[in-house]
Ligand binder design. Structure first.
Ligand SMILES: [Ca+2]
Ligand SMILES: [Ca+2]
Length: 257
């Protein structure tokens, strides 16, 4: 039996903070922060990781890209806001982990009305390690907000997006300044640390929000690893149970002879 390590993982997991699907980062917040000359802390795998230029240099499950809450639990979407409204001619989606899930793109007009402008097969095939899906659009809608839909259940694993470029008729490429998503693996941003306080992790005093953000990232990575391990252990436990059942059946057959 291998139940004990499974229980250890569950107990360790129970001591960690909960993961919640909070995901909205407004362009205004980003701009306000820029005006104040401070960096907005980005959560590991938060939708805010899709703001700005691509910054995930390798293929893989890397926290500088957005990841949904579950690997394959539901269809997902990522909505992106841009500085300048344009008539879009192309969207460039930088898919850095388990690509191939994009199946629909919508744009929002100035009144906020959503229109589907593309549906089809993701140009980056499932099974590739990463890819940039350049999807041409035919629309005359002026927009600064688009939504990308992913058929996550169809492509196993987290389908992560690093950045999304929007190209208008003027051929300029813009990167998103704001974003929200159907769900996220990231945790909520912790409250700003104004006063030094006791660090619950190693007993040192900290008053540095950047340091706290780093710890948040480390913790999110740890939680993700534990969840993956938990799934592996569940699968192993199921296999052990199956073998035990087979063993019992064989024993019974031998007795019956
Ligand atoms: Ca998936
Ligand atoms: Ca990114």
């Amino acid at each position: 039996m291998v139940r004990w390590p499974y229980l250890v993982v569950l107990l360790v997991g129970a001591t960690l903070p909960p993961i919640v699907p909070a995901q909205i980062v407004s362009p205004q917040r980003e701009r306000n922060a820029l005006n104040k000359g401070v960096a907005v802390p980005k959560r590991a795998w938060g939708p805010e990781q899709a703001i700005g230029e691509p910054d995930t240099p390798l293929a893989g499950d890397i926290q500088t890209a957005w990841a949904s809450l579950t690997e394959d639990g539901q269809k997902e979407w990522l909505e992106l806001i841009y500085e300048k409204a344009v008539i879009p001619v192309c969207v460039e989606i930088h898919e850095t982990y388990r690509p191939g899930a994009v199946f629909k793109i919508a744009v929002f007009d100035r009144e906020g009305v959503e229109s589907i402008v593309w549906e089809g097969q993701d140009p980056t095939a499932a099974g590739q390690t990463r890819g940039v899906s350049k999807i041409k659009l035919r629309t005359d809608i002026v927009t600064d907000r688009i939504r990308i839909y992913l058929d996550s259940p169809k492509v196993p694993g987290w389908n992560e997006i690093d950045a999304v470029g929007l190209i208008g008729q003027d051929a300029d490429r813009q990167w998103a300044v704001g974003v929200k998503a159907s769900s996220t693996y990231a945790r909520e941003i912790p409250p700003q640390v104004d006063q030094p306080q006791m660090d619950p992790f190693d007993g040192v005093f900290v008053g540095d929000s950047e340091l706290m953000a780093k710890r948040e990232q480390q913790l999110a990575a740890l939680v993700k690893q534990l969840r993956q391990r938990d799934e592996q252990l569940r699968a192993a436990q199921e296999r052990v149970d199956e073998l035990e059942r087979e063993n019992e059946t064989l024993k019974q057959k031998l007795k019956d002879r």
